[in-house]
Design a protein around this ligand. Structure first.
Ligand code: FES
Length: 167
């Protein structure tokens, strides 16, 4: 077993050696979009590794292909579904404001100012900047997010069925 610290959770979660970072994130009851179902094709399971990066499996070809598409990637970015935990002491953080499944998820925030940037769930681009008022019309404008998610799921499915596209 290996212990992994996830985001602001005080207690580490225990996962089996060689399990994915994704398994630790889910064990911590954090929500990830996982548009491709954990196949390394969509980058919606993006995390930042803040400690113990050397105790993870090396970056996979799918990560090298998917990570450059993200606007919010950093040198310590990994895909949670691809990185496997080989040793203790790994800590990951989730990109802030990223995990919306659909534009309608933001309905509950209408009338408030965004406390942190709200990011596109697929690309990581900023949709609403921190401090900006979230209005009904702004949410309506963001309906393209739902189309982007649906397209990503379709693209992931076709890449999976045609693996020669992925090197
Ligand atoms: S869930 Fe799609 S890349 Fe990890």
């Amino acid at each position: 077993m290996k212990s992994v610290r996830v985001d602001s959770h005080e207690d580490p979660v225990e996962i089996t050696t060689n399990a994915r970072v994704l398994d630790a994130v889910l064990a911590a009851r954090e929500k990830l979009l996982m548009a491709c179902g954990g196949k390394g094709l969509c980058a919606t399971c993006h995390v930042y590794v803040t400690e113990g990066a050397e105790r993870l499996s090396p970056m996979t070809p799918r990560e090298r292909m998917s990570l450059p598409m993200l606007a919010d990637r950093r040198p310590n970015s990994r895909l949670a579904c691809q990185a496997k935990v080989l040793g203790n002491g790994v800590k990951v953080e989730l990109p802030r404001g990223r995990f919306i499944d659909a534009a309608s998820d933001l309905d509950k925030l209408i009338g408030r100012r965004a406390e942190e940037p709200i990011l596109h769930p697929v690309t990581g681009a900023v949709l609403i900047e921190a401090g900006k008022l979230i209005t009904r019309s702004r949410i309506k404008e963001l309906s393209f997010v739902d189309v982007d998610i649906a397209e990503m799921k379709t693209r992931s499915l076709s890449m999976e069925m045609n693996p020669k596209i992925v090197r």
